[in-house]
Design a protein around this ligand. Structure first.
Ligand code: ZN
Length: 185
């Protein structure tokens, strides 16, 4: 990402919305916005293999492993406004498990870019399944969308819940029920 170019475009945007980019409070805003966008879209430039980086371990475990309330911050692709909430990931290992902190890194990898919540949910599920060759995976995201609460319909407290289930979580109703129960659903 060319940060100088993003700063120039931000300066133009400021003028276009009726601001004066040369007033004191806005002098450094274009550079700050460029920095911020570099971070918020860093998922485009991160490599999933590097993210997981060897944190997959051999294990005899074949029970369900669950990580709840992983924070999610992303940007909706329709309005480029934030949506944020929490993510729960569960999987059943076959021979391998993944470090817990890496689950959070996988969430960041896919959320730091323009997204829709449905795709984010299924991309995380697929990545977890592939990284450990899991028997099954379930992912639930509950999030609030600023494009809903700040503008348009102005629904202050609405949230959206999406889920994606793969493998045995999809095929076996009792596995899915165990996941939803552990997830507090
Ligand atoms: Zn939106």
């Amino acid at each position: 990402m060319d940060q100088e170019k993003v700063a120039r475009l931000t300066r133009e945007l400021l003028m276009e919305i009726g601001e004066n980019p040369d007033r004191e409070g806005l002098l450094k805003t274009p550079e700050r916005v460029a920095d911020s966008w570099a971070f918020l879209t860093s998922g485009y430039r991160s490599d999933l293999k590097t993210v997981i980086n060897g944190a997959v371990f051999e294990s005899e475990a074949n029970n369900m492993i669950l990580c709840r309330n992983i924070e999610v911050h992303s940007l909706c692709e329709h309005h480029m406004l934030p949506f944020f909430g929490s993510c729960t990931i569960g999987y059943i290992a076959r021979h391998k498990v993944i470090g817990l902190s890496k689950l959070a890194r996988i969430v960041d990898h896919f959320s730091r870019r323009l997204q829709i919540q449905e795709r984010l949910t299924s991309q995380i599920a697929r990545a977890v399944k592939d990284s450990v060759d899991a028997e099954g995976v379930g992912v639930i995201i509950e999030a609030r969308h600023m494009c809903m609460t700040m503008r348009g319909v102005g629904k202050q407290h609405s949230s959206m819940t999406t889920s994606s289930v793969l493998g045995s979580f999809h095929a076996d109703p009792s596995t899915r029920i165990e996941f939803l129960t552990l997830a507090g659903r």
